[in-house]
Each structure stands twice: as C-alpha cells, then as structure tokens.
Design a protein around this ligand. Structure first.
Ligand code: SAM
Length: 305
C-alpha cells in the first residue's frame, strides 16, 4: 500500500505542470482580502532534496525543473513558479524542490489556512519535520512564525476522508488539491467519490486534481468522468513531453483537471504551455491539450499543439 514515495519523482515535468497551476490558483485566491483554506489531500513530504538518494536515482527533475532552472526567457506567469523554487535555493545551485505544501505555504497569506493530509508514516514524519525546520528558519530571520498554531495543520490521515470534515470552510473560500499516487487503481474511483461528496458540501470550491495519462483503462476514462461531475465549470490541461514509447513504460503525459477554475487560468495556460512544450519537449510527440466546459456543455473546445 505504501510503496509510492514522491521523492523519486520530485521536480519532474508532472510536478512542473501541477505546481505551476497551483501557484496560479493560489494567487487568484490572494486577490480578494478574505481568508481561504488550502486543503492538500495527498501532501507528500513537503520538501525534497534533489541531490538525495531517492531524487537522484532516476533524476526525473531533468525532465521538469532542470531545463527551466537557468532560463532567462521565462513567461512571467511561469517565472512566478520558477522563482519560488529559486527562492528555496539561495546558493544558486538547484538542491531543493518544493512539494505542494511548501508551494502553498509560500504563496498563501498569513490569514489563510493550510490543512495537509499525508498517510505514509515516513513522509508524514518528514512533512512535520520540514515545517518545523521552516519555523526555525523563519525565527532565525526574525520573522514571526506562520507555521505553528492554527495556520498549518498536518494530519497523518486519509485525505479522501479527511477533506469531508473541512467542507464547507468557515470563509466559504477554498482550494482543494488532490494528488494521489494512482498506483492503486482504486484511487481513480476514490477521487470521483471524493469530488461528488465535496461538491455537495461545498459547490463553490475550486478542486484541482492531478492525474497521469496512461493506457490503463481507469486512466483513459478518468477526465471524461470528471467532466460529468456537477460543477459549474471545469478546465482540463495535459502536458506531454514526448509521444508514447513502444514499451509503454514511463510517464510522458500528465494532466490537471480543475473544477470551478478562475477565469484567469485558461488564458495564462494558453500563453505558457507552448513554451513548456518547446523547453521540455523531447520529440515530436510533445504537446499539450487545453479544454474547458460549463456543466455538461463544452465551452471552448480543444486547443492542442
Ligand atoms: N502533492 C504532493 C506534491 O505535489 O508535492 C505529492 C503527493 S504524492 C503524488 C502522493 C502522496 O499521497 C504520497 O506521499 C502518499 O504517501 C500519499 N497517500 C497515499 N494515499 C493517501 C491517502 N489516502 N491519504 C493521504 N495521503 C495518501
């Protein structure tokens, strides 16, 4: 059950797509002077050492953050995400990569609430430790710690279930990021069940679901099933760094499916995705898809490259 460790994949092309979108979603929420909840149902360890044994084993970051690291021509919206990663590497050498909890901690404001679920015994411990270190770092810089107390709560618990008690959030504003490993094919069904339940409790929430684009049957139908959920609107973006390999091994394409996305997200993605394909693409199979819809009717159809 606990074979998946995100450290082996930290900073890869799928993380780039996910964390870039996450930054945009949080920044949109920041525009209004009302607190929100950020709920991370599958938080991981929070911070990853790219020179550690796990991340360096296959060096997957070379498919993602690696090629972006020293670029000086980043589109402004993408630069916001890359600069966040650069900010945790003040020496200039790319050593650390942020997980989604760290991305949220950096972008969310002091008044916002972070609720993080991680079930793996080692990764939930690391998540606690990483936020404790962050607290010490903030104290050393003379900053008031935003970690302790009510702002950030780490739960070693099942995020599919834990999210239920947090919806609707007190301020009626929330982003839920759901990023399971999908090694167990039941995760596809659990995401759909979680979303059906969450939309009943809190229809106005923004829900961002990361998913792998794989040949397995559950994965092939997954985005189509999410389009049928009772949300007011949705946006589906995929990024491929190469075409499928003959042996079908490896993850070349991933997607982010967002229910109730901000209206700003689609134009931002249209501007940034061609750049990501150009910089991260490995062969002619590289490309992106972008589609959106309202309830059950497709609004703007597909954009592809
Ligand atoms: N969201 C993280 C990020 O972007 O940095 C990465 C998360 S990783 C893809 C998935 C994580 O979910 C793993 O750390 C795994 O241990 C954890 N996990 C698996 N099942 C879970 C569950 N039911 N509830 C909470 N965490 C779970």
């Amino acid at each position: 059950m606990f074979s998946y460790r995100h450290a082996f994949h930290a900073g890869n092309h799928a993380d780039v797509l996910k964390h870039f979108v996450q930054v945009q979603l949080l920044q949109y929420l920041n525009q209004k002077d009302v607190a929100y909840s950020y709920i991370d149902t599958h938080a991981g360890a929070g911070v990853y050492a790219l020179d550690g044994p796990q991340a360096s084993k296959n060096a997957e970051y070379e498919t993602g953050i690696g090629p972006l690291w020293e670029r000086t021509d980043l589109p402004p919206a993408l630069a916001e995400y890359v600069n966040l990663v650069r900010g945790m590497n003040p020496s200039g050498k790319m050593r650390y990569y942020p997980g989604s909890p760290y991305v949220a901690e950096q972008v969310a404001r002091e008044m916002d609430r972070l609720r993080l679920f991680e079930l793996h015994p080692s990764d939930s411990r690391l998540l606690f430790e990483n936020f404790t270190k962050l607290e010490e770092h903030q104290a050393a810089q003379g900053k008031r710690s935003t970690v302790r107390g009510k702002r950030i709560i780490v739960n070693k618990a099942d995020g599919f279930m834990g999210v239920k008690a947090l919806l609707p959030p007190p301020s009626r504003r929330a982003l839920v990021l759901c990023d399971p490993p999908y090694e167990d094919k039941q995760d596809y069904r659990k995401v759909i069940d979680m979303l059906n339940d969450a939309l009943k409790r809190f229809p106005a929430g923004t829900y961002a679901i990361w998913y792998p684009v794989l040949q397995r049957i559950e994965a092939r139908n997954f985005a189509e099933r999410m389009k049928k959920l009772p949300a007011a609107s949705w946006l589906n973006v995929t990024l491929s760094i190469s075409g499928p390999t003959p042996d079908g091994i490896g993850l070349h394409t991933s997607g982010m499916f967002i229910l109730n996305p901000p209206y700003t997200l689609e134009p931002i993605l249209k501007g940034v995705l061609p750049y990501l394909v150009q910089v991260l693409g490995r062969d002619k199979g590289a490309g992106f898809t972008l589609e959106s819809g309202e309830m059950t009717t497709t609004k703007s159809g597909r954009t592809t490259s």
